[in-house]
Unconditional design. Structure first.
Length: 307
């Protein structure tokens, strides 16, 4: 099997690094890193240094490239890019996939399979998500700083035939991977957790703890969660009856100083994933006829601050 990991940032660096570390000594699986710029150059020269809670090691993929001609036909493409780079990254693989190629997105948002199906007319699209905190420390170096590192994957059509093999490839590499028959519910539960916090922390410029200790910002957070619950149920997603309490309990469990990645991007003046989070909710609410005034208010305010 030939696997391409697209985007060797925090997520791609950790999971791609673990895959390459294990499978580099095997002959039946090849792991390709798709990266760019100085990060790619350092990986090509010295390999990828991966710093994890389990220990540090350097990995050398079968190929590290930005050139699709180097890769040939691919069996599995794992997308670990930012949500706003997904469409751009599709052009890399114009001649590298066929009807047997499997695409697995591991990025923020709930509509990634829909996007991938519109990009690739051939191949099979799965869905997945991860719980990890990791980032690029320097070109060629990725550090995992937190998170359970759990990876969930599955097929929204319920067909798990090719999912089982992919799950085992992850597990063999020491990755906590779990095949979920209800992957859509898993993806939505993560979205309903991360999106409101990304929105509120970015709007107020405050970490999780500060947001939750003040009644006004706590009420806004809960209101955003409830609006997303209404959207999910309007779409037929089967969530737990007490999903709001589950989400708010998760938020309270985080360290006081925790910041969302979108908040950090706003603080640094970088491009953000606002469309995958707040923007998607506004669009979905309009399409489904669900009233979401808080999302509309937050989205309008944040859009004015986007670079």
């Amino acid at each position: 099997m030939k696997i391409a990991v697209v985007g060797i940032g925090g997520v791609g660096g950790y999971y791609g690094g673990k895959l390459a570390h294990y499978w580099s000594s095997q002959v039946n699986v090849k792991v390709i890193f798709v990266a760019r710029g100085q990060h790619l150059e350092q990986i090509q020269k010295h390999g990828l240094k991966l710093m994890t809670k389990e220990g540090d090691f350097t990995v050398t993929p079968s190929i590290a490239t930005a050139n699709p001609e180097d890769m040939g036909p691919l069996d599995l493409v794992i997308f670990c890019v930012k949500s706003y780079d997904l469409e751009t990254s599709r052009g890399i693989f114009r001649n590298n996939f066929n009807e047997r190629t499997v695409f697995l997105p591991l990025l923020n948002g709930v509509d990634n399979p829909e996007k991938l199906r519109s990009f690739f007319r051939e191949g099979r699209v799965l869905n997945g998500c991860v719980y990890i905190s990791a980032h690029i420390v320097a070109p060629g170096v990725v550090e995992q700083t937190g998170g359970s590192c759990q990876l969930f994957l599955g097929s929204e059509d319920g067909n798990t035939k090719d999912c089982v093999e992919i799950e085992q490839i992850f597990i063999d590499a020491g990755i906590k991977a779990e095949l979920k028959p209800n992957i859509e519910e898993v993806i939505w539960e993560k979205y309903i957790f991360i999106s409101p916090l990304a929105s509120v922390t970015s709007l107020l410029g405050e970490p999780f703890g500060a947001v939750m200790e003040k009644k006004e910002s706590r009420d806004v957070t809960e209101g955003l969660v409830r609006e997303l619950e209404r959207i999910a149920r309007a779409k037929g997603v089967n969530l737990a009856k007490n999903i709001v309490d589950i989400i708010l309990d998760k938020v309270r469990a985080f360290p006081y100083e925790t910041k969302s990645s979108m908040q950090v991007d706003f603080e640094k003046g970088k491009k953000t994933e606002i469309e995958a989070f707040t923007g998607y909710a506004v669009k979905a609410g309009k399409e489904l006829g669900v009233d979401i005034p808080l999302h509309q208010m937050v989205y309008q305010k944040l859009k004015k601050r986007c670079p």
